[in-house]
Design a protein around this ligand. Sequence first.
Ligand SMILES: Nc1ncnc2c1ncn2[C@@H]1O[C@H](COP(=O)(O)OP(=O)(O)OP(=O)(O)O)[C@@H](O)[C@H]1O
Ligand SMILES: [Mg+2]
Length: 336
Amino acid sequence: MDGRVLNIEDLSIWYKTYRGHSKVVDHIDLFVDRGEKVGLVGESGCGKTTTMKTILRVIDPSIIDIPNGKIEFNGKSVLGMNKEELLELRRKGASMISQSPMSALNPVFTIGQQLMDIIKYSGQYPGASKQQMVEVAKEAITSVMLSDPERIMESYPHQLSGGMRQRICIASSLVTTRDLLIADEPCTALDVTIQDQIHRMLRELVEEKGRSLIMITHSLGVARELVDRIYIMYGGNIVERCRTKDLFRNPSHPYTIGLMECVPRLSGGGLSAGIYGYVPDYVNPPEGCRFCPRCKFATEQCRTMRPPHVEIEPDHFVSCFQYAKTAGEGGAAGHE
Ligand SMILES: Nc1ncnc2c1ncn2[C@@H]1O[C@H](COP(=O)(O)OP(=O)(O)OP(=O)(O)O)[C@@H](O)[C@H]1O
Ligand SMILES: [Mg+2]
C-alpha cells in the first residue's frame, strides 16, 4: 500500500487538571509517508510523548480532551475508532518503543513470556509451533545485540540492567511487522556506543522492511543521522518542519537556531548561548506565539497573535512572524 501512513491535522490535546485545562498540544499538523523516517525534536515537556500516545489512543480518555483536530492512520480516523479497531491498530498498525522501559515491561512475567505473548497476539505467525515462535523471540533478542537469548528469555525484568531492558523494549516492538514504528527516546538509558549501534539497527530494520519511523529525540545530532524530515516542536506547537538537510543548511525559527547553539562542541569554546527560560505554563499559555517570552526577536504582534506557517522555501515551513511577507499576514488572534 502506498501513500500516507499517518496524517495529523490541526490537533490539540488538553489534560484535565485541578487548575483547569492544560493545553499541552496546540493545533499541530504532522504526517508520515510510507517508508519515511521522520524526527520529532523538542525540549523536555513540549508534548512529544503526549502526541505519540494519542496516535495509539493509550492515554486514559478520562484525563484528556481533544477539542479539535484529526488523526488518520492509513486513511482511517483514529479518533473515530471503536475498541476492536484500536486493538487492531496497536496489533498490526503501529507500535511504540516507550521512553521508560521499566514501566513498559510487566514485572511478574519473564521476558520470554512477554515476547511470546506479543508474537502470538500479533496474529502474524499463523500455524507456527511453539518452538518456531521461541526462535522468532530469540532472533529479536539477538537483533538488539544481546547475547545469550536463552538466559534472557528466562529472566524477569528486574534481573536485567536498565540498558538491557531498554533493548528488550526495542526488540518487542520489532518482533512483529507493523507499518509505523514510534521510537520515543529509545536510547536515553544507553551509553553512546550502544546508542549508535541501536540507531543504526533501527534505521536498517525500518528500511529493510519498508516501514515508517517516527524518531523522538532531544538530539538534533541523532535526528540528522537517522531521519529524512524533521519536525521541531516547542511548547505544544510545531514551529518548523522541513527536510533534514534543509534544517541544517538553513535553520530558521529562533527556537531551532537556539537548539543548534545548545549543541556542545568537542573543540571547546565555553558554554553555549542556550535558550533562557522555561517551556510555557500550559494552563495559561502565552496568548500569541508560545515561544515569544524566550525569543529575542519578539514584537508586540508576537505577544498577541498566533504566528502563521510560512513556507520559506519548498517544503520548509516556519511558524514565525519574522518570515511573514507583510506584518500580520496569516496570523490568528489568540490560541483558542
Ligand atoms: N497525565 C498528565 N496530566 C497532566 N499533565 C500531563 C500529564 N502527562 C504529561 N503532562 C504534561 O504535558 C506536558 C508534555 O508532556 P510530555 O510527556 O508529552 O512531554 P515530552 O515532550 O515527551 O517530554 P520529555 O522529552 O521529557 O519526554 C508536560 O508539561 C507534562 O507535565
Ligand atoms: Mg516524552
